[in-house]
Design a protein around this ligand. Structure first.
Ligand code: ADP
Ligand code: MG
Ligand code: MG
Length: 209
């Protein structure tokens, strides 16, 4: 049980790391339009180190997730390092009793709460919160009210995140570096919302296997 979950978590870290490496140039292009052109490089460096830190780990799944968060905080830097890493670190506590449908909902909610508390962004500020909020609400509702399987719930959450990314394009940034551009941030998708979507797509791919 723990072994299977550990393998699944390690596979997820590998796939996310590969996807981020593939999208590094694209994420950097998005960040060059409304930021400082480092989002792809930041995440690529962070996930590369995170994968190296957990690759041969025999720890429990929750501990592995926590190590990924700790490593992202120290290796990513910028705005996204503490947001991604710190939130993964905190939310990993929800997985300590094992990964179940219920604990995955608790993880998602704790992650969103931490991103919002730490960054202070709300929906419509053109940040990762715009992808994350509808995704987490959809995931929770799909499991708790609609009684869907975690994989189906996650696929609905990915669709919601994708709509969230599209929603960031026509709006003006109110948080982070992109907010320095004022109205000139309009017309570009948010890099952090986009990377959030890519990560969720990889989690879905692993969960579907
Ligand atoms: P930096 O802006 O420091 O160079 P990155 O380029 O790695 O960091 O990350 C930028 C992304 O971080 C943005 O696209 C946005 O999604 C996210 N972000 C920035 N500030 C905030 C915030 N206060 N709350 C939530 N997300 C934020
Ligand atoms: Mg940047
Ligand atoms: Mg930067």
């Amino acid at each position: 049980e723990t072994d299977t979950q550990r393998e699944a978590v390690l596979t997820a870290v590998e796939r996310v790391t590969d996807r981020i490496a593939e999208e590094k140039g694209h994420l950097t292009d998005l960040d060059s339009a409304i930021g400082d052109a480092d989002h792809g490089a930041n995440l690529d460096r962070g996930f590369g180190k995170a994968l190296a830190a957990v690759e041969d780990s025999e720890d429990d799944p929750a501990e592995i997730v926590k190590t990924v968060g700790v490593t992202l905080v120290s290796a990513v830097g910028g705005a996204s390092g503490p947001l991604y890493g710190g939130s993964i670190m905190t939310a990993s506590q929800e997985l300590e009793g094992g990964i179940t449908a219920d604990s995955s909902v608790a993880f998602a909610e704790a992650y969103l709460k931490k991103v919002k508390d730490r960054g202070g962004a709300r929906i419509g500020d053109k940040t990762m919160v715009d992808a994350l909020t509808p995704a987490v609400h959809t995931y929770k509702k799909s499991i708790e009210e609609d009684e869907l399987s975690p994989v189906t719930a996650l696929s609905k959450a990915v669709d919601a995140a994708e709509r969230g990314v599209r929603f960031t394009t026509p709006i003006r940034a109110n948080k982070g570096r992109a907010s320095y551009l004022g109205w000139r941030s309009v017309g570009h998708p948010d890099p952090g919302a986009t990377s959030t979507l890519y990560i969720m797509e990889e989690l879905l791919a692993v969960a579907s296997e």
